[in-house]
Design a protein around this ligand. Structure first.
Ligand code: AMP
Length: 249
């Protein structure tokens, strides 16, 4: 079976982001960019399915600027077979991304699509769910274990009441949680091999997608700076401050 896995280029998790002074977005100049950590987990899971001979081909798709090909190459070095890069200049919301992914799915006909549960830049946690809806496919979100059993897929999810295992018929959409696996580091020989693997370049037009579906980001601003705390000498002083300064009691 074919597996499609999606990767997003995001600001590295260790970088403190800077908002542009005009509030139009985040300043990405000289900022370290990486593959979204949840997407690394998605790639790892797809590659493990291939190593277990459950998957016959792993295709990696990314929608983003020209540099997103770096993240596709990383996924290819981890073991994916080929890439699809939909080149777009500006950041697009999950509604557009999931419609574009739907077109890729209809073209490639994978039996399984694996996404990260969320992108750490927008924290939307929407793309997988929207994609499943647009395709009218079953979805297993926040997967901490994935097992293919014949024509079905068992997905274990961590929910408030414990571990829940769902059985989905294939084709299906899965989004990965942190505990699904530990992604590998690409080895140097595999990084070299990945340079020869094909990456197909597409535009949104090739997928019959518009760059916007009625959504527009109006402004982005930093949250207010946290006020420093105070130490109190006694419970009585704490109650007095809560009552007279914070006015919460
Ligand atoms: P989000 O809904 O934005 O939190 O993203 C959830 C997941 O959807 C990510 O972990 C990716 O696997 C996928 N995704 C989101 N945006 C993109 C993109 N521009 N290109 C490829 N995959 C994406």
């Amino acid at each position: 079976m074919k597996v499609l896995v999606t990767v997003k280029r995001v600001v590295d998790y260790a970088v403190k982001v800077r908002v542009k002074p005009d509030g139009s977005g985040v300043d990405l100049s000289n900022t370290k960019m990486s593959m979204n950590p949840f997407c690394e987990i998605a790639v790892e899971e797809a590659v493990r399915l291939k190593e277990a001979k459950v998957a016959s081909e792993v295709i990696v798709a990314s929608i983003g600027p020209s540099q997103s090909s770096e993240q596709i190459r990383t996924a290819l070095a981890m073991g994916a077979d080929r890439g699809i890069h939909v080149e777009v200049e500006k950041e697009l919301p999950p509604l557009v991304i999931s419609r574009a992914l739907k077109s890729i799915v209809l073209k490639e006909k994978p039996s399984l699509v694996i996404l990260g549960k969320q992108a750490i830049d927008d924290d939307c946690n929407q793309t997988g769910q929207m994609l499943a809806q647009f395709l009218d496919w079953p979805q297993g979100t926040f997967a901490s274990k994935v097992k293919v059993v014949g024509e079905k897929l068992q997905v274990t999810r961590e929910v408030d009441r414990g571990l829940e295992t769902l059985e989905l018929r294939l084709p299906a959409v899965v989004t990965c949680d942190l505990r699904l696996n530990e992604p590998r580091y690409a080895t140097l020989p595999n990084i070299m091999k990945a340079k020869k693997k094909p990456i197909e370049k597409l535009g949104l037009k090739d997928l019959n997608c518009e760059p916007s579906y009625g959504l527009q980001t109006l402004s982005i601003f930093e949250p207010p700076k946290r006020q420093g705390g105070n130490k109190v000498e006694s419970v009585a002083e704490l109650i007095e401050k809560l009552r007279n300064e914070a006015k919460v009691i």
